[in-house]
Ligand binder design. Structure first.
Ligand SMILES: Cc1cc2nc3c(=O)[nH]c(=O)nc-3n(C[C@H](O)[C@H](O)[C@H](O)COP(=O)(O)OP(=O)(O)OC[C@H]3O[C@@H](n4cnc5c(N)ncnc54)[C@H](O)[C@@H]3O)c2cc1C
Ligand code: SF4
Length: 338
C-alpha cells in the first residue's frame, strides 16, 4: 500500500491552486489509468486531487458552429450523444473501439488524452525504462516490442500513445482548452502530445500545474465520408496495434479535403500533411490512397517484433480511406448499453 492524501477540488480555480502548491500531487478523474499505475508501482502521487465533481460535464454548441466538450464528460456519454453521433461519428466510432463499456462509463474525455503508454516495460517496475525512470535505459528497443512504435521514435523511447479517441481528434483538428496559474490557453491537438526525443518522461505539452477544461471540435465533422479502423489482437478490450482515422470531403469522386491520422505507431497520433496534400483533387481510389500511405510511412522503422506494423499500417490506411470514400465506415456494432 502506498500512502497518499486525498482531497477534492471545489472548483477549477481550487484545482489549479492545489496542483500548483504540490508538485507531488496528481489529478484524478475516472481513475481508470492512474489507479492502475499506482497499483503497478509506476506512479506514486503523494496526493490525489479529485476533480471528478467539477462542473465540466457539458457538451455545448460553440458560436463558431463547433462543439465544446467538458473535460469530465465520460467517454460513453460522448460517444452516444446525439450531436456526436450525427455530426462527429468518427469520434463516436473511435471511442467505441476502445476499452469496455464499463471503462468507457468511468473514463473522462480529459483523462483519455493524458492516459499513459501501454509499453510492457513501462508497467514492469523492475526493468529499465526511460519514461518511468529517466536515464535507466529502454528495455523495449531490444526486448519484446510487438506493440511499440515504428515512427517518430528516439534512442530513448519507442513507446506509442494508446488512445483511440485521440486519433479521431487529431484528424478533426480539435483544440484542447487548458487552465493554469498563468490563466487559460488553448493547444492545437497536433501540439498536445509530444514525440519522445530525449525527454520520454514527458508525454504532452500540458504543464504539470495545468488542468484540461474542455476539448473543442471545429464545425467540420466529415460525417458523410469517414472511417475508423482499429486492428488489434482481440475484437474488444485490446489496444490498437494499428488504427486509422480517415475523413474525406468529396465532390463526386474527387477529393476536396482529406484528413488521415494513424494510431498505434508513434508517441502521438501520426499525421503527415504531405500525404493529405497528395490526395487533393485526385479521384478517390486505392492507387492514390496507397501513394498517401507510402508518404505517411516514410522513415518507418521496425525494432524486430513490430516489423509487421509497417505493412499492416500501409494496408490499414488504404482500407480505411477506401471505406471513407465509399461512405461505408467500419461499424463497431456496439450495442447501446448504458
Ligand atoms: C483494461 C483497459 C483497457 C483499455 N482499453 C483502451 C482502448 O482500447 N483504447 C483507449 O483509447 N483507451 C483504453 N483504455 C484507457 C482508458 O480510455 C483511459 O484509462 C481513460 O480514458 C483515462 O481517463 P480517466 O478519466 O479514467 O483518467 P484518470 O485515470 O483519472 O487519469 C489519467 C491521467 O490523466 C490526468 N488527468 C485526468 N483528467 C485530467 C484533466 N482534466 N486535466 C489534466 N489532467 C487530467 C490524471 O492526473 C492522470 O495522470 C483502457 C483502460 C483499461 C484499464
Ligand atoms: S519504449 Fe519507452 S516506455 Fe517502453 S521501455 Fe522504452 S522508454 Fe520505457
Amino acid at each position: 500500500m502506498i500512502p497518499f492524501q486525498y482531497t477534492r477540488a471545489s472548483d477549477v480555480s481550487d484545482a489549479i491552486r492545489q496542483i500548483a502548491a504540490d508538485p507531488a500531487a496528481r489529478f484524478i478523474a475516472g481513475g481508470t489509468n492512474l489507479i492502475d499505475l499506482m497499483k503497478y508501482d509506476v506512479e506514486h502521487p503523494a496526493r490525489l486531487i479529485d476533480i471528478s465533481r467539477l462542473p465540466l460535464r457539458s457538451i455545448e454548441e460553440t458560436s463558431g458552429g463547433g462543439l465544446r466538450i467538458g473535460a469530465l464528460v465520460p467517454n460513453s456519454d460522448l460517444a452516444y450523444h446525439p450531436l456526436i453521433e450525427q455530426r462527429y461519428p468518427l469520434v463516436a466510432s473511435a471511442i467505441l473501439a476502445g476499452a469496455s463499456q464499463q471503462l468507457r462509463n468511468m473514463a473522462s474525455t480529459g483523462g483519455n488524452l493524458v492516459q499513459r503508454t501501454r509499453c510492457f516495460y513501462f508497467y514492469d517496475a523492475v526493468t529499465p525504462c526511460n519514461k518511468r525512470q529517466p536515464g535507466s535505459g529502454c528495455s523495449a528497443i531490444t526486448g519484446v516490442n510487438r506493440i511499440n512504435a515504428i515512427l517518430g521514435t528516439s534512442e530513448a523511447c519507442i513507446a506509442t500513445h494508446p488512445s483511440d479517441m485521440c486519433v479521431a481528434l487529431a484528424a478533426l483538428e480539435a483544440i484542447v482548452h487548458v487552465a493554469g496559474p498563468a490563466g487559460a490557453r488553448t493547444i492545437a491537438f497536433s501540439d498536445f502530445h509530444r514525440l519522445p526525443d530525449n525527454v520520454p518522461q514527458r508525454d504532452t505539452n500540458l504543464e504539470p500545474d495545468e488542468i484540461i477544461t474542455a476539448i473543442e471540435f471545429p464545425p467540420k465533422g466529415f460525417n458523410a465520408n469517414y472511417s475508423y479502423l482499429k486492428i488489434r489482437d482481440r475484437l474488444s478490450y485490446a489496444f490498437a496495434l494499428v488504427s486509422v482515422a480517415a475523413a474525406l470531403e468529396l465532390d463526386g469522386d474527387t477529393i476536396k479535403e482529406a484528413r488521415v491520422a494513424v494510431g498505434g505507431v508513434a508517441h502521438k497520433p501520426w499525421r503527415v500533411s504531405a500525404a493529405e496534400a497528395v490526395l487533393l483533387g485526385q479521384r478517390a481510389d486505392a492507387s492514390i490512397f496507397a501513394q498517401a500511405a507510402d508518404i505517411m510511412l516514410r522513415g518507418a522503422k521496425g525494432y524486430g517484433h513490430n516489423n509487421f506494423k509497417i505493412g499492416l499500417a500501409r494496408r490499414a490506411i488504404v482500407r480505411t480511406l477506401s471505406q471513407a470514400a465509399r461512405g461505408t465506415p467500419q461499424s463497431q456494432s456496439v450495442k447501446k448499453i448504458r
